[in-house]
Design a protein around this ligand. Structure first.
Ligand SMILES: [Zn+2]
Length: 114
């Protein structure tokens, strides 16, 4: 389950940010997850609870936001929305697609206590 390592990297980020900004508790974490990132939201929430146990983010509420998959179709010469890496271009049905967005995961915001 690669969600564990994802959550661990998120927690690293949070702890770095806590050192820099001096907060002591995290109440809420908002993560933006691309539709093409192969992340299972349920697995993510489950891992979040176990990985953050004993850390400053213990008990924090996790909110997951979807960011849509976007690709450049070389046939249509335009940017199109795609639901998965294996789906074709919704306009021409072709597979000359280059993923340009939606494969990343990032911390969008944190709600913290000082
Ligand atoms: Zn196309």
């Amino acid at each position: 389950m690669h969600e564990v390592s994802l959550v661990e990297s998120v927690l690293d980020l949070i702890q770095d940010s806590a050192r820099v900004n001096g907060f002591v508790r995290v109440k809420k974490v908002v993560l933006q997850i691309g539709q093409l990132a192969n992340v299972e939201p349920d697995a993510m929430s489950f891992c979040f609870d176990s990985v953050t146990r004993g850390s400053i983010a213990e008990g924090a509420c996790l909110e997951l936001l979807d960011s849509p998959g976007v690709a450049w179709c070389m046939t249509c010469q335009c940017s199109v929305g795609i639901a998965s890496r294996t789906s074709g271009c919704p306009a021409c049905g072709g597979h000359t697609l280059q993923v340009t967005g939606g494969s990343e995961m990032r911390v969008k915001s944190l709600e913290v206590e000082y």
